[in-house]
Design a protein around this ligand. Sequence first.
Ligand code: HEM
Ligand code: HEM
Length: 172
Amino acid sequence: MNPPRYTLPAIALHWAQAIIVLWLLWLGWTMTDLPKGAERSAAYALHKSLGLLTLLLVLLRLGWRQRHPAPPSVVGAWPERLARLTHYLLYAFLLLAPLAGYLASSFTPYAIKLFGLEIPKAGWPDESLNALFKQIHQIAVWGGAGLIALHLLGAAKHIVQRDGMLRRMLPG
Ligand code: HEM
Ligand code: HEM
């Protein structure tokens, strides 16, 4: 069986974003435990830059996806429906998590920088709004981690069943 593939830009964007998101999860969960100092500040700055990059990439990805639909599935209706629902929710997570992170950071006295370049903030120093968006960010991130686990289980199932679905997302 040789099912049709995603387009090359869709494949490149998927894998770039997969690496960045897994990195962001690891960074997020480790940076909050670091003691105050230069290492912690650098980790937060990198986290914010990679998070904002994720937001830009998902907008690019959704724009591309609108003009280039996914190739037809070769698995049954039920697995296909579950995969599609997971994909919709993954896109929702990829929008909500960085947006909530950006808003949380907007309601602090600190500047937000994208790889050193200061970008406009959407708020002013306010502890309660900062705490609210931090909480939304945390919920989105945990929901996203659950979705990624489900997504990886689906990918593992394709590997075991050798149904060729994984090849749709691989180049060459
Ligand atoms: C490293 C592990 C990963 C593997 C092996 C993997 C594999 C795949 C495969 C095979 C597909 C196509 C599935 C199909 O058409 O039914 C897919 C689609 C997708 N993946 Fe992943 N993925 C991984 C990580 C991630 C991560 C971390 C994210 C984002 C948080 C992600 C987000 C998506 C999305 C949104 C789609 C839907 C693409 C579309 O139809 O627009 N993936 N993935
Ligand atoms: C998909 C994108 C993102 C992911 C996956 C992600 C992931 C995470 C994770 C796992 C944590 C730790 C949460 C916890 O304490 O349980 C975290 C914390 C944090 N994130 Fe993100 N993040 C993303 C985007 C962003 C963006 C764009 C910003 C800001 C511009 C941001 C700012 C922060 C801040 C300030 C914290 C620390 C919150 C605290 O001190 O409690 N994040 N993030």
